[in-house]
Write a protein that binds this ligand. Structure first.
Ligand SMILES: [Mg+2]
Length: 129
């Protein structure tokens, strides 16, 4: 059973004004690094962005398919982080970078959506997955 009191505490703490400033800073940083490293020349289309985000999820799936556990990370011989956590981080980095470039307030969207999701009924929509 999920601790409803804990959920209520977390909702209040993460949706309070300014609560996620460090996340907003991370979003900005991801975008600035992407720009600094030259990945915006030429500019990516929205379709490029979606496809590249999917590719990171596919990389995570491939790690899983070859037997790596979901929470296990390691560095390769060149010091590059590897594993499913790293690929999931890549997904977020791509999304955050896009949000920074397009002035999408993803922190606000996350707060709004989280609050909204709490108002939805159990397994809303009746779908299997
Ligand atoms: Mg990757």
């Amino acid at each position: 059973m999920v601790d409803q009191t804990r959920i209520a505490q977390l909702i209040e703490s993460v949706t309070a004004p300014g609560a996620l400033q460090s996340l907003a800073d991370l979003v900005e940083l991801c975008g600035l690094i992407e720009e600094d490293k030259g990945w915006r020349d030429p500019p990516q289309s929205f379709g490029d962005f979606i496809a590249l985000s999917h590719s990171e999820l596919s990389e995570a799936l491939e790690e899983y398919r070859i037997g790596h556990s979901e929470a296990v990370s390691w560095n390769n011989a060149n010091g590059k982080p590897e594993g499913i956590p790293s690929e999931l981080a890549d997904v977020l980095i791509r999304i955050f970078s896009r949000c920074q470039m397009k002035s999408i307030d993803i922190v606000d969207a996350l707060q709004l959506k989280t609050r909204y999701n709490m108002t939805r009924p159990h397994r809303h929509g009746g779908k299997v997955l």
